[in-house]
Design a protein around this ligand. Structure first.
Ligand code: ADP
Ligand code: MG
Ligand code: MG
Length: 909
């Protein structure tokens, strides 16, 4: 074991146009590290450095700090030496010091999740050397105070614990600013900065009881360990859980020579995107700040400026800033540093072509020299994702299949949800405007703190600015509004990633956290007041604005057409009403995989008839009540068949236990007794009689139809008559009658006989006929195992994976929420098996059922109709199992169509 570990490479160097790693190695080097390596090898100027692998993070978590450091000590020291020789400076040297940054980077980008320390390696002696070497004392001390601040927060745990606490360093800075009558960090004098360093160290001593570490190597190891620890920090864990990223991925650590954007007016830092991350337009854009470092641009401390002139002019228009004022005070990088701009412009072009996707880049200008610090495939809204994929394909950068693979199925969801009703928008009162940071329509009640986002059902989070701590609340809120920050502020980037509507930098907002109010002009709004955000225009609107269904047009329609070109497994929908059926059809559903008939019984007069049927003591009484239900069911089916004209419609016979239909409250029980002219006691007795210890495993599904055949008879009649009625009107429909909860062949046979007999009678009555088929759900493990025999009788199978999961795991669907979250937290289960199909276990039954069924009847039609039918990885599984179709809720249909194409493409790769 020891020997093996010794030969394993744990540290990968990059810099000076070479690298040990490359972009393929993101699992090992993390996304940031892999791309730093790649950029270095293709000749993009990145400061030299090295990456400690994600495996070391896992080793650290298993073996502890001392063992982990021992594993990498030699490699790290050699790699630091290599940076030293490339930069011509020495780590910790007091005359010619090298400073470094320590950056985290997991395999997927987690914005703001992990913590970065800049300017590491500085101390009381080094700062003097740095000042002398750069001939810039102010810069040296600014770097020093930044370092203590970041190191104190990230490594020494001095970040404020709650929203009431104040950051101790910010507090010191605020005091000084007040004392000196200044507002910006850049206004600090050299003396101020030196005072700050002194006060900061003092604060560290007071808080931690220890002196601030002066030895650069101690600083470095402290920072590396802190990055590893941040992988298990609250924010990171929340983000991981939200996205289903396993804990054992770990984070890499990137150590890199510092380049300084804070060296004066000829320096700066910024972020840029090769295309518009909100709309997808092919427009290079971004923001920068002169004389600034690291996160200054996204932190929203100063108002960042635009990279391009066009972008700057657009921005000024929104911010209501006159052209003269703009050119003078907020010039673009293109205007201010044309040479640097054109160099940056060429790198963005190279990188986009190289990665063949929209890039999100970080850069720093040190004294007139441009350095690139990061590139990654940019986060984008659902709309931008679709447009970019189609545009890249049309530009010839990628082919059709690659375009399809570039679209993230779940993100399509954003495009399928309501937008503001244009009519309602016309009447809306716009009270202020901010930057259109992330498109969409959001309406909700104002909250001011992220941890209170769940205070209302629909909330809008209103903040001066957001920080990584706010992530959870941002996810809960319907929309996000900030007073400060640009298009690349934390709020904007995170919101776009989440596909959440966001308006940032709305300067007119005066937020008072203490009083929980926001004042716009002379109007004051309180917590709980309704506002609406139009993330596409930046308009902030008073009150509630009506929304309407979205339209599948433009690039969305194009990508869907492409999906159908490559997709193989068909996509149907689960729909219980004509309205659902119509929506699903407009989204491209090719039929209905599940119509639940019981939902139809809950409406007012129907539930009464249903209850009468249940309460009837005789077959005759039951038949009478069913007689009343028949026309209602028939007209429901007619509506659905009509909406799905020409397509197959699978109708499931009554499934839930009868006690779900009887009244459980005294008042309604009394009412029913009166209506039926029976005693209250009789009603109560019946309710008690229907009570089950375990209704999920009780008297339900085909067990109902087999004990009360007249129910099946009525339902079969309603279906067949509806089909015949439509036939008379020239509407083609293909009913598939589905028998639920079959476990034995006999159960199926008895139901099938009733259905076929009923159909025959009706055909004779009407002297007409329609085609129909009779199949079953496979949702009891026994049915999957007996599939060969069941297939002798059944025309089709539809896997009911909700019940199948429940019965295979033995987890009650209704009670699982009591323990499933804990199970996932503890790693007993990776994901909720009711959301994502358990391919290992439940999947075996699906495979067995399909194979055995098809062994008997090769043409057997097989599909799925559980919730899993709309979940990407489950759909892929269904495709690989050889199913004919998946069926999912209407709004998931486009997602399923895309996954269908992706699954087919993957199978050929
Ligand atoms: P995140 O993952 O949160 O973006 P990063 O590691 O990218 O964190 O770093 C935070 C900020 O510090 C970024 O703006 C980055 O460009 C900057 N930065 C990181 N390392 C250096 C460095 N060696 N020189 C200059 N700036 C750096
Ligand atoms: Mg970064
Ligand atoms: Mg079921």
């Amino acid at each position: 074991m020891e020997v093996l570990q010794d030969v394993k490479k744990r540290v990968f160097k990059f810099g000076n146009k070479t690298a040990d790693g490359n972009s393929e190695m993101r699992n090992l080097l993390g996304g940031k590290g892999a791309n730093l390596a790649e950029m270095s090898s293709i000749g993009i100027p990145v400061p030299p450095g090295f990456t400690i692998t994600t495996e070391v993070c896992t080793e650290y978590n298993e073996l502890g700090q001392i063992a982990a450091i021992n594993l990498i000590k030699d490699e790290v020291e050699a790699s630091v030496a290599s940076i030293e020789s490339q930069m011509g400076a020495a780590f910790g040297d007091k005359d010619n010091p090298l400073l470094i940054s320590v950056r985290s980077g997991a395999r997927v980008s987690m914005p703001g999740m992990m913590d970065t320390v800049l300017n590491l390696g500085i101390n009381d002696e080094v700062v003097l050397g740095l000042a002398k070497k750069t001939n810039n004392e102010r810069f040296a001390w600014d770097s020093y105070r930044r370092f203590i601040q970041m190191y104190g927060g990230v490594v020494l745990g001095m970040k404020p614990a709650s929203k009431e606490d104040i950051d101790p360093f910010e507090e010191i800075m605020e005091h000084l600013k007040e004392k000196r009558g200044i507002t910006l960090d850049t206004e600090f004098t050299l003396q101020d900065l030196q005072d700050l360093v002194y006060d900061f160290k003092d604060a560290v001593k007071k808080r931690t009881g220890k002196n601030f570490p002066t030895n650069p190597w101690d600083q470095l190891w402290g920072a590396i360990i802190a990055v590893f620890n941040s992988w298990n920090g609250d924010r990171a864990v929340y983000y991981r859980n939200m996205n289903g990223y396993p804990a054992d991925w770990g984070t890499a650590v990137n150590v890199q020579a510092m380049v300084y954007g804070n060296m004066g007016e000829n320096s700066g830092t910024g972020v840029c995107f090769t295309r518009d991350a909100g709309t997808g337009e092919n427009i290079f854009n971004g923001e920068y700040l002169i004389n600034a470092q690291g996160e200054d641009v996204v932190a929203g401390v100063r108002t960042p400026q635009q990279i391009t002139k066009i972008g700057s002019q657009r921005w000024a228009e929104l911010a209501k800033i006159e052209e003269e004022d703009r050119a003078e005070n907020y010039p673009s990088l293109e205007e201010l540093m044309p040479t640097i701009f054109s160099e940056l412009n060429s790198y963005q072009d190279i990188l986009e072509k190289h990665y063949r996707d929209m890039q999100d880049m970080e850069f720093t200008i040190q004294d007139g020299k441009l350095w690139i610090l990061q590139t990654r495939n940019g986060k984008r809204t659902g709309a931008a994702m679709v447009k970019i994929a189609m545009d890249l394909q049309k530009e010839g950068m990628i082919d059709e299949k690659e375009a399809l693979m570039l679209v993230e199925p779940n993100k399509l969801d954003e495009l399928l949800h309501p937008v503001f009703d244009p009519e309602a928008l016309k009447r809306a009162k716009v009270i202020a405007q901010g930057l259109p940071a992330s498109p969409g329509a959001a309406t909700g009640k104002i909250v001011f703190f992220a941890d209170e986002a769940d205070k209302y059902k629909n909330s809008i989070l209103v903040r001066i600015e957001t920080s990584p701590e706010d992530l959870e609340g941002m996810n809960i809120a319907k929309g996000i509004l900030t007073a400060r920050g640009g298009m690349t502020s934390h709020a904007a980037v995170v919101a776009r990633g989440m596909g959440k509507c966001c308006i940032s930098g709305a300067g007119a907002l005066k937020i008072d956290y203490k009083r929980r109010t926001v004042t716009i002009g002379n109007q004051k709004y309180h917590e709980g007041d309704w506002i609406s955000l139009n993330g596409s225009t930046g308009n902030i609107i008073e009150g509630k604005v009506a929304t309407k269904e979205p339209q599948l047009s433009g690039e969305f329609a194009e990508i869907m057409n492409l999906a159908d070109k490559y997709g193989e497994i068909k996509v149907r929908t689960n729909a219980d009403t004509p309205r659902d059926a119509k929506v699903a059809r407009s989204f491209g559903a090719q039929g209905i995989g599940l119509t639940r008939t019981e939902h139809m019984f809950f409406e007012l007069d129907r539930i009464k008839a249903m209850r009468e049927m249940i309460l009837a003591d005789t077959v005759k009484g039951r038949k009478q009540a069913l007689e009343e239900l028949l026309p209602m069911q028939r007209s429901d089916f007619e509506g659905i068949f009509e909406a799905m004209e020409g397509c197959a419609v699978t109708i499931r016979l009554l499934d839930p236990p009868l006690h779900e239909f009887v009244p459980h409250q005294l008042a309604t029980q009394k009412e029913l007794a009166e209506d039926m002219h029976i005693s209250l006691q009789a009603v109560k007795n019946k309710v008690a009689e229907l009570e089950e210890f375990n209704p999920m495993l009780g008297h339900r599904g085909c067990r109902l139809g087999n004990t009360y055949p007249e129910i099946t008879e009525m339902q079969a009649r309603a279906i067949i008559e509806a089909a015949l009625n439509l036939k008379e009107r020239g509407v083609v429909c293909k009913p598939e009658i589905m028998i639920p909860l079959v476990g034995t062949v006999k159960e199926f046979e008895m139901q099938e006989q009733i259905i076929r007999r009923t159909a025959k009678t009706i055909f004779k009555e009407r002297n007409d006929a329609v085609e129909y088929s009779v199949g079953t759900m496979i949702e009891i493990p026994r049915a999957a195992l007996m599939a060969d025999l069941i297939a002798e009788k059944a025309d089709f199978f539809s896997f009911g994976t909700n019940d199948l999961t429940q019965m295979t795991f033995g987890y009650s669907r209704d009670d699982a929420s009591k323990f499933l979250p804990k199970y996932i937290e503890k790693g007993i289960l990776k994901v909720d098996p009711f959301e994502v199909i358990d391919q290992e276990g439940v999947g075996q039954l699906v495979k067995i059922g399909t194979q055995r069924g098809r062994a008997t009847k090769p043409e057997l039609k097989v599909g799925i109709c559980g919730e899993h039918g709309g979940e990407p990885s489950s759909i892929e599984f269904c495709y690989n199992t050889g199913m004919d179709y998946v069926s999912c809720s209407p709004y998931r249909v486009p997602i399923a169509r895309l996954v269908s194409a992706q699954a087919a493409i993957k199978s050929t790769m």
